[in-house]
Design a protein around this ligand. Structure first.
Ligand SMILES: Cc1cc2nc3c(=O)[nH]c(=O)nc-3n(C[C@H](O)[C@H](O)[C@H](O)COP(=O)(O)OP(=O)(O)OC[C@H]3O[C@@H](n4cnc5c(N)ncnc54)[C@H](O)[C@@H]3O)c2cc1C
Length: 463
């Protein structure tokens, strides 16, 4: 290989968490690094992640993180072994960003501000003298056979292409495109023979055409600590996810619904036009006997009261008893929740509005229990990419070496973050993927450039 490419920098395309960490990883190896970002600022998606607080990573360790990456988590064992959530935590602590652990191991900056995280990354880029170029939209990526350099064309600047000895493509997927991730990187990958698993929205709200939704009976109703079960068109359980949900004017959102969404998208891709059955268990820890017993006791205590009123107390108490102490306190404050749920049950089950408790049959109580345990919804779709949190699909992992994130098809080409066919649940897992693969790709890209500079290319390592 000629020396023409030996002194060239590592170029990183994309200034999201993956690209930022790739640039830091490369520059920490002492290799000149240039970061190309099309927006007028870095980390736009990072800034809105975790509700603007940036869920930096998850403290529960690699096995737990991989369990929460339903889209090809196993591919990441090697990357997470090299740059784990513990490494991410130490990295930020050393940069002066102390983190705190919240529920389910989620780690946030103590300041509760994503900007603190971004500022620390920017300071580190600056102290490593990374050449950060904003408003630099990469329009094409090519390889110069004669020099062995990558040639990166910038939109509107045809004469001033950037040349690089190695390239990390970290241009993101195409979810929330207003943040800059518009799928540009897929084209660069395809140019080098990489195949694409067609991108689809994940962690995205569910759509339902049920009358309850269309007529907006439940809009705004939020339920904490429910369990959602999604069935495939043959009636088999596709997934069961626990968490909070909120009914919207188009369907269902909230963390549990977002977790279900990737399964819904895949089932609907295979079965276009299908209506998927979703059952909401509004009190997952309440057993049938416990519920029937509670109702019996309340009816005996208040036989002349309206059954609906009695039920509100029973459901409130049952949902409260399934929760932890802190959670119970929150649920107890949510009187409106059971009430609207019960109104819906009444409408669905055709009970008389003025029915008194003493006249209630066992059959009615059982029907109610079934309704509250298996609140039925039909899911006809999801919202699109513009409302998705994460992109499923992307650059096929078949062409990527999990140890280095290097292309198996083009030496010196690396990938990091959401551009790859990897997607996780929200909870800091996607950002962990971006940081971990970014650091590994950046380090490996720098290694590649350094080895070439020394004139000792070892093809088995990189190709
Ligand atoms: C509202 C919201 C909330 C989220 N919350 C969470 C959460 O709580 N936990 C979690 O784990 N994940 C969360 N995510 C997902 C997470 O933010 C992403 O998975 C992560 O940002 C992906 O990082 P990335 O660097 O791969 O891509 P991105 O962050 O998408 O960055 C890609 C960058 O590349 C740039 N770029 C694109 N094309 C070009 C080009 N041609 N030339 C130059 N630059 C280019 C873009 O402008 C962008 O800055 C959330 C996402 C959204 C939208």
């Amino acid at each position: 290989m000629t020396s023409a490419s030996a002194d060239l920098p590592v170029a990183v395309i994309g200034g999201g968490p993956a690209g930022l960490m790739a640039a830091i990883g490369a520059a920490r190896q002492g290799i000149q690094t240039v970061l190309l970002e099309k927006g007028d600022r870095l980390g736009r998606k990072l800034l809105i992640s975790g509700g603007g607080r940036c869920n930096v990573t998850n403290a529960r360790g690699t096995a737990h993180i991989i369990e929460n990456i339903p889209g090809n988590g196993r591919f990441l064992y090697s990357s997470l072994a090299k740059w784990s959530s513990d490494d991410i935590i130490s990295f930020f602590t050393l940069l002066g960003v102390p983190l705190k652990e919240e529920d389910r191991g989620r780690m946030f900056p103590v300041t509760d501000k994503a900007m603190t995280v971004l500022n620390a990354l920017q300071r580190e880029l600056s102290s490593l003298a990374v050449d950060v170029r904003l408003r630099s939209t990469v329009s094409a990526l090519d390889f110069e056979e004669d020099t062995g350099a990558y040639r990166i064309a910038l939109h509107g600047e045809s004469d001033t292409a950037v040349r690089a000895g190695a390239v990390v493509v970290a241009a993101g997927g195409c979810a929330a495109p207003e943040t800059g991730s518009t799928g540009d990187g897929y084209v660069f990958a395809q140019r080098f023979g990489h195949t694409l698993v067609p991108p689809y929205p994940t962690s995205v709200p569910l759509v339902s055409n049920d009358a309850l939704i269309v007529e907006r009976h439940l809009q705004g109703l939020s339920l904490r600590g429910v369990a959602l079960t999604l069935y495939d068109p043959r009636g088999k359980v596709a997934t069961r996810e626990e968490g909070d949900v909120i009914f919207t004017h188009f369907g269902l959102s909230g963390p549990a619904a977002l977790r279900v969404s990737q399964y819904a998208v895949k089932l609907l891709q295979k079965n276009p036009g299908a209506q998927l059955k979703l059952a909401i268990d509004t009190m997952p820890a309440v057993a049938r006997d416990q519920f029937l017993d509670n109702v019996r006791q309340w009816v005996e205590k208040h036989p002349r009261r309206g059954f609906r009123t009695v039920l509100k107390d029973v459901v409130g108490e049952s949902r409260g008893s399934q929760a932890s102490a802190g959670h119970a306190a929150r649920i107890a404050m949510q009187d409106a929740v059971p009430e609207r749920l019960i109104e819906t049950a009444w409408r669905k089950l055709g009970f008389a509005a003025d029915q008194i408790a003493a006249d209630v049959s066992k059959k009615q109580v059982e029907a109610l229990y079934e309704f509250l345990k298996h609140f039925p919804m039909n899911i006809s779709g999801t919202l699109g990419m513009n409302r998705a949190t994460v992109t499923g699909g992307g650059v096929s992992l078949k062409g990527i070496d999990p140890r280095t994130m290097g292309s198996k098809l083009a030496a010196g080409l690396f990938f990091a973050g959401e551009i790859m066919d990897v997607h996780a649940h929200t909870g800091g897992y996607n950002i962990t993927v971006a940081f971990s693969t970014g650091y590994v790709a950046g380090t490996a890209a720098a290694d590649y450039v350094r080895v070439r500079k020394a004139g000792t290319v070892c093809p088995t390592r990189f190709s």
